[in-house]
Design a protein around this ligand. Structure first.
Ligand code: UDP
Ligand code: MG
Length: 312
């Protein structure tokens, strides 16, 4: 019998987990040909998530959990799940039921039809602030222009994959993880399923606008070097401007600039651009710095098997 691992990153989800478990097990009972393994990752929750997971694992032998020593973020939790799960097929789902479990049978059908991956995307962003949707769309547009890795607008982390694809993802052991990019980068054939945005079953979202903004900048830096090329182009443009506009103009018209304000303005403008470019380079450098440290992506404090400490 083939096994399907369901990976669930959880951060302060004590209220959502019981609903999630109830709904997914209902679907699982209908998918007779698969054995389910639930792997919950407690990402340093401050509420009773760990207690909820402990009692679930006691009750149901298909439930496993890993508990981190602190909050490492959803990216780290997903990586840990992929690394520790044992299934022939692997699905990643949020704990808040925003990823409808009713899609699981259809996703499995796609995999059986020969796809390597069944991905999901939201067609609407109903219930989300307008400004947030605007920036989200803009992000995908920019990203697809400047990066060779294809990103699908509205794609969720909710997906089902074959073991082969999971192993490919695990072979990318980078510290700065941007999964939306990683899923695209490894390739493989994906069938997309669309659904309307769902409300959280309980609890609150952990993503503020500012957090999302930082996440998108990370995505750009991790999957494109275009900003570096742009700084180079801006440099060239400014040199050309200096030669053509200022020197040629002075030669032709003998116009020794009398304006002090314009001069100061130019100095400030150009030094601003320079600082900006140095900043962009700094972003890449800091990422290289973090990668070379080879820190573990997550640290497990407790698992269902026995409390053990290990890394990566
Ligand atoms: N999550 C996590 N670590 C974090 C933040 C979130 O494991 O630091 C989990 C969270 O418990 C949920 C999923 O990631 O299962 C998605 O988070 P959330 O629902 O807050 O994001 P949204 O759906 O609003 O994008
Ligand atoms: Mg959510």
């Amino acid at each position: 019998m083939k096994k399907l691992s369901v990976i669930v990153p959880c951060y302060n989800e004590e209220e959502s987990i019981p609903y999630f478990y109830a709904e997914v097990t209902q679907i699982a009972d209908k998918m007779m040909e698969l054995e389910f393994e639930y792997l919950f990752i407690n990402d340093g929750s401050k509420d009773k998530t760990l207690e909820v997971l402990r009692s679930l694992a006691k009750k149901d032998s298909h439930v496993r959990y890993l508990s981190f020593s602190r909050n490492f973020g959803k990216e780290a939790a997903m990586y840990a799940g992929l690394k520790e799960c044992k299934g022939d097929y692997v699905a990643i789902m949020d704990a808040d039921l925003q990823d409808p479990p009713s899609l699981l049978p259809k996703m499995y059908e796609a995999i059986k039809d020969g796809y390597d991956c069944a991905g999901t995307r939201r067609v609407t962003r109903k219930g989300e602030p307008k400004i947030r949707s605007f920036f989200a769309h803009a992000f995908y547009k920019i990203m697809n222009k400047i990066s060779k890795t294809e990103l699908v607008d509205g794609a969720r982390d909710y997906r089902m994959m074959t073991r082969q694809m999971v192993d490919a993802i695990l072979s990318m052991s980078e510290y700065n993880r941007f999964s939306k990019g990683i899923f695209g980068w490894v390739g493989f054939e994906t069938k997309w399923f669309s659904y309307e945005n769902q409300k959280r079953v309980a609890g609150k979202t952990k993503w503020s606008f500012w957090k999302l903004f930082k996440y998108s900048i990370e995505g750009i830096i991790d999957f494109s070097t275009a900003p570096l090329a742009i700084t180079f182009l801006v440099g060239i443009l400014f040199c050309l401007f200096a030669i053509v506009f200022i020197i040629v103009r002075t030669l032709l018209f003998g116009d020794a600039t009398s304006g002090w304000p314009s001069l100061v303005c130019i100095i400030f403008f150009v030094s601003g651009i320079q600082l900006c470019c140095t900043g962009i380079m700094g972003q890449y450098l800091s990422r290289t710095y973090l990668e070379t440290k080879k820190r573990p992506i997550y640290i497990v404090k407790e698992t269902d098997e026995k409390t053990k400490r290990y890394q990566r």
